[in-house]
Ligand binder design. Structure first.
Ligand code: NAD
Length: 275
């Protein structure tokens, strides 16, 4: 998929972030930095990726594939800056950033009864967290030379950032005010920041998954049941997506195959938003 160089993925201890980390490893990145809240969970993911992608070498055929892990709350600007800078220093550059860390909360009774603390927590993690990681990474990316394609040697971009929005970045869903607002916010952040740096060779895009099987959607049986019912009628493909199918979209947006794509939003939703 033309992803030479080094990636950083937030929310990498679970679900889609973890699938993205694995996809970067399998598709030929030289190294990945994995950020999440819990170091133990990240260590387990590291072991899983090392055993899934044994003896991985980078594209120069030399150095072994590198995996670095960092326990970071994306709401903490100081910790975000420290981890992003440490990863870039370790790798020598930072080519791809995937902002997958996120949470979802439903508000029983809708917006009128939503806890303000829930609203704030979702906005802080999903939107401000994405902004803080983007900000730290963009400063590094803007200073580095464009990476060369592993396919035809042409200069690709100085850096490529993929932000996690959602189908709820373009439509509303009931009982989901804060989450929907946060994901619409990620769309605005992506569009505006991509304009700032398009001419400088820094690409910034959003991915909008539909209902996807991850701990976020499957850990609560009641939520899963309601989701499965909705999927049966609202999703043209009549199934949930797999984390690996979302990761495929991320790898496309991150790497050289999307070299003329910036400020866009890729719907990976089984057709949900066509209705
Ligand atoms: N699963 C879906 O159906 C779906 C649909 C659309 C969009 N998304 C988005 O995809 C992204 C990944 O979701 P997922 O389904 O894999 O969820 P998940 O719960 O499986 O994984 C989310 C990860 O983010 C981490 N995280 C949460 N708060 C954090 C913080 N403050 N700092 C650092 N890490 C934090 C969690 O620890 C977890 O490892 C999220 O942004 C989510 O909103 C998911």
């Amino acid at each position: 998929m033309d992803i030479p160089g080094f990636a950083l993925v937030t929310g990498a201890a679970s679900g889609i972030g973890k699938a993205c980390a694995l996809a970067f490893a399998r598709d030929g990145a030289a190294g990945i930095a994995l950020l999440d809240l819990d170091l133990a969970a990240l260590s387990a993911v590291k072991v899983e990726i090392e055993s899934a992608v044994p003896e991985q070498q980078n594209e120069d055929g030399g150095k072994e594939f590198q995996i670095e892990i960092y326990a970071v709350d994306v709401r903490n600007e100081e910790k975000v800056n420290a981890a992003v800078n440490a990863a870039a220093a370790k790798f020598g550059r930072l080519d791809y950033v995937v902002n997958a860390a996120g949470i979802a909360i439903k508000h029983q009774g809708g917006a009128a009864f939503a806890e303000t603390s829930d609203w704030q927590r979702i906005l802080d993690i999903n939107l401000t967290g994405t902004f803080l990681v983007l900000k730290a990474a963009a400063k590094i990316m803007l200073k580095q030379d464009p990476i060369l394609s592993s396919i035809d040697g042409r200069p690709l971009q100085r850096g490529s950032i993929v932000n996690f929005s959602s189908i709820q970045g373009v439509v509303g869903i009931e009982l989901s005010t804060a989450y929907t607002a946060s994901k619409h916010g990620v769309m605005g952040l992506t569009r505006s920041a991509s304009e700032d740096y398009a001419k400088d060779g820094l690409r910034i895009n959003a991915i909008c998954p539909g209902y996807t099987e991850t701990p976020m959607t499957t850990k609560n049986p009641a939520v899963l049941k309601a989701m499965e019912e909705r999927v049966g009628t609202a999703v043209p493909m009549r199934r949930m997506g797999k984390a690996s199918e979302i990761a495929n979209g991320v790898i496309y947006l991150a790497g050289g195959r999307s070299s003329f794509v910036t400020g866009s939003a890729l719907m990976v939703d089984g057709g949900y938003t066509t209705r």
